[in-house]
Design a protein around this ligand. Sequence first.
Ligand code: DP6
Length: 318
Amino acid sequence: MSTAVAIAHPNIALVKYWGKRDLPLNLPAVGSLSLTLSGFSTRTSVTWGAPADRLELDGEPIDGKEASRVFRFLDRIDADRPPVHVASTNDFPRGAGLASSASGFAALALAATRAAGQELDRTELSRLARQGSGSACRSLWGGYVRWDVGTRDDGHDSVGRPVAPLDHWDLRMVVAVVDAGRKKVGSTEGMERSRTTSPYYQAWVDTAEADVEEGTAAVLARDLKRLGTVMEQSTLKMHAAMHTAWPPLLYWQPGTVACLHAVHGLRNRGIGAWATMDAGPQVKVLCTPDDAEAVAEALRPHAERVHVLSPGGPARLA
Ligand code: DP6
């Protein structure tokens, strides 16, 4: 029996991943670019060689689909593995469009391989984490991270890689939690529904690579207006493909729209603030540290809670 504990942070995509070209391997239809954030974290303990397979999330025993996703992931580490006990806690809402699957599978990949006595390098860990949840491959790294779409059928070249470390550019992501409830349609199902039913899906895929290039160049040049513009447009294009799927994927709530208008109001007042969203109603706003308080103040009337998050580091062993 051996236990290892790992901590990972969520990452928020600056240029979005939405759509898969291979479901079992989680190979993306598009490349993406992200920022790993401090402030929120997942802590996961893995005991390799337990009496039976057992999963606990935030103190509650879990079974069903969520548990089989975790145990199938552990089978990828060792097909002849012993029973494993996984206990994971988040200090932020899970399954609400706040990237808990990214930090969750990044922490799990690191803790589980270590508990199993394997020493994988970061790229190998990123490749493994991707198979649990696509966006998790980016949380193995800190700071600004790119996930390449790759061309190989086995996914070997579809991994997260660092673009710039967290101290390259000190930005803030102001997170407006509009509704912390669990989302009704998970990302995997939502992506497949968009791919198979939205007439806008192909346009989304066709324009994504240029956005990843533009976003990467903006990060390297530390050009916030350029990055914010491509980020907000990538988000709205992704949501256009969601809204035009059938049945429609309408993750937005009234507070979401109010936050987006508040962000545009800030820009009209000359404050550099740009919005992004994921598969949920929450709005995340990118800005400089100096503007973070003004941004938080503009979002507060429309949100349950507002968090100001800074760039964060890579997944690590505790
Ligand atoms: C909207 O990584 O959660 O947050 O690969 O099916 O687990 P699976 O999906 P997941 O999708 C994240 C989608 C997104 C955009 C992004 O993070 O790039």
